[in-house]
Design a protein around this ligand. Structure first.
Ligand code: TEU
Length: 595
């Protein structure tokens, strides 16, 4: 009960606290709009953000020390990757107790303290919730694997397998089907004590929970209430399309070829995005909606089509997740490259095909090579990073930022197998280098350990480029990437049209320049134009109906010095990868064409 009171009080404090501090209302477009609409959510990988106790690993007190920075940057919420007790096989995504904090990161009291401190900085805290699997060291799995008669046995996904021989055979039995782990090898692991295999979509230390068992649902819902009662603003639901598996355990269809682990590529039709999962999503939505303060559900939803994504919102019913991640905009596949037409198409898919739901765009996370290294060309990287930030922060979407994205941090993968920490990199070396490269410590200063830790032995090495790419240096430079991101976020707050205005593409056939108009409810509008190519481009932007008239503009933000004084939408020359953001100042003449 006290927890709920804390949460209620906290929500109220957030609003009144803001008004007191600034003399204004909070920076939402409409008083009735939920806080997460148009918000900036910042992902923190807690091992890598800030070390407060000198053990070379980041921790919760470290995050608390950096709240001032996050407020200065303008983020509305932080999503903290798993900080629960864990054997750390998958660096926290293998949870052995959902209602605590791993001593490496701090204590439950530290977490409660962090939530309150964040509220004083007008920042909400979102936790990562791993529903698909637990650690194999979780007491539930220890009980489940001790005997078939144990009441917890059915909490996981078991099979007797089938008779057979070969490397995967145990006592003359082999796995029941061809399913493979996303992290390599068979998805089935034998347990001699019960004479059965269990299913694991990820590492064998991450047994899948059986979501067909109502006790599992009740247990996991209770865990979520535990944290909602402590005032968290919502959850990022890990690997959530994987919750259910085909009850008949039928084979998946091979698509031909093998992946980097040497496993056959399967269609994942029996282990991913099964219809049953949507029933659970609706239950979860009812659970969070019972709390005050617009608690939010974010989904880790890698899905092939926009129609698949729409189902995760509940389509026209809007009764599932408020924010399943749109991974199609930021992660094109293996060969990401800047492509105005592809961005345009994907932004418009989200505009048109989500039944009016709010898109959640993302270019970076702790599982993928950083966007600057996927889209960058090694020559114009800062400009390209600023372009990506502009797409992220000026479209009609909630934005997910990953720590370091705002300063242009690069991926620094290990160079030798002996250096690799992420088990998939050890298993898949050298084809799969693992995810260490995008998890290196946050670069705060040009000094020792980049200001991340006092300990020279940090859990992952500090990239050499911290000498120039770091918060301290960039804060002092008005032309830095950090300053660009901060100003973009500030614009989102000050310009209602950017925060929740409609979006209309301009010059939709242009293969190089991505441009759009955001128009606010109260009239007015913001034009954004980005040159997605390595050559300077000169464009005139056509406003459609309004474009028959001459329009005066005022530049708000640009990294093209020649456009700072631009006065119209005609003959704008954008240098390679440049971005230009301007406010329309109304019509100065009624007849002349903008050409
Ligand atoms: O990721 C799920 C997922 O689909 C990714 O693992 C992705 O396929 C892979 O990382 C690409 O390299 C989530 C977490 O984000 C990830 O860190 C965890 O390892 C995984 O779940 C298991 O919990």
């Amino acid at each position: 009960m006290t927890g709920l009171l804390v949460a209620l009080a906290a929500t109220g404090a957030l609003i009144t606290g803001y008004a007191r501090a600034t003399g204004t209302t909070p920076p939402t477009a409409h008083a009735s709009a939920p806080w997460w609409r148009g918000a900036v959510i910042y992902e923190i990988y807690p091992r890598s953000f800030q070390d407060s106790n000198g053990d070379g690993r980041g921790d919760l007190r470290g995050i608390e020390q950096r709240l001032g920075y996050l407020q200065w940057l303008g983020v509305d919420a932080i999503w903290i990757a798993p900080m629960y007790p864990s054997p750390q096989v998958d660096f926290g995504y293998d949870i052995s107790n959902y209602e605590g904090v791993d001593p490496r990161f701090g204590t439950l009291a530290d977490m409660e303290h962090l939530i309150r401190a964040a509220q004083r900085h007008h920042i909400r805290v979102i936790l990562d919730m791993v529903l698909n699997h637990t650690s194999n060291r979780h007491p539930w799995f220890i009980a489940a694997s001790s005997s078939r008669d144990n009441p917890k046995h059915d909490w996981y996904v078991w099979s007797d397998g089938k008779p057979g021989r070969g490397p995967n055979a145990h006592d003359g039995r082999v796995p029941p089907n061809n399913w493979v782990s996303l992290f390599g090898g068979s998805a089935w692991q034998w347990v001699p004590a019960v004479h059965q295999f269990y299913y694991h979509a990820f590492y064998r230390q991450q047994p899948d929970l059986n979501w067909r068992n109502p006790e599992v649902r009740r247990a996991m819902f209770a865990v979520m209430r535990f944290w909602l009662d402590r005032g968290v603003a919502g959850f990022r639901l890990d690997a959530v399309p994987q919750l259910f598996e085909d009850p008949k355990l039928r084979d998946e269809r091979p698509l031909g070829g093998v992946n980097a682990f040497g496993d056959p590529i399967l269609d994942q039709s029996r282990t991913g995005d099964l219809p049953e999962v949507h029933v659970v999503m609706r239950e979860l939505r009812r659970l969070v909606d019972a709390y005050p303060g617009d608690r939010v559900l974010i989904g880790e939803t890698y899905l092939p089509t926009i129609q698949d994504l729409d189902r995760w919102y509940g389509g026209a019913r809007h009764d599932e997740l408020q924010l399943p991640m749109d991974m199609r905009l930021g992660f094109h596949g293996d060969h990401d490259h800047l492509d105005a037409a592809a961005f345009r198409r994907r932004i418009m898919d989200a505009e048109r095909d989500l039944h009016g739901s709010e898109p959640l765009f993302v270019f970076d996370n702790h599982d993928n090579v950083r966007s600057i290294d996927r889209y960058g060309d090694g020559v114009h990287d800062p400009m390209i990073n600023e372009l990506l930030g502009s797409v992220l922060l000026t479209t009609r979407a909630t934005a997910l930022l990953y720590y370091g994205e705002e300063i242009g941090m690069h991926t620094t993968p290990p160079t030798r197998r002996s250096e690799v920490r992420d088990p998939i990199g050890i298993r898949g070396w050298p084809k799969v280098k693992g995810r260490d490269g995008e998890r290196t410590p946050m670069q705060w200063t040009p000094g020792p350990q980049a200001g991340f830790s006092t300990n020279p032995r940090t859990w992952l090495p500090i990239p050499a480029d911290h000498a120039t790419i770091n918060v301290q240096t960039e804060r002092a430079d008005p032309d830095s990437q950090l300053e660009w991101y901060r100003r973009l976020i500030a614009l989102r707050r000050s310009e209602g049209a950017l925060r929740d205005g409609r979006l209309r593409m301009l010059n939709p056939a242009d293969p190089n320049v991505l441009a759009y108009l955001r128009s606010g409810h109260a009239g007015g509008g913001i034009v954004v134009a980005m040159n997605c190519s390595a050559v300077a481009r000169t464009v005139s932007l056509h406003l459609g109906d309004a474009g028959a008239r001459r329009v005066a503009v005022e530049t708000l933000l640009t990294n093209a010095p020649g456009l700072r004084e631009a006065r119209s939408l005609r003959n704008l020359t954008l240098p390679p990868y440049a971005t230009w953001i301007a406010r329309l100042r109304g019509r100065s003449s009624s007849s002349a064409s903008p050409r």
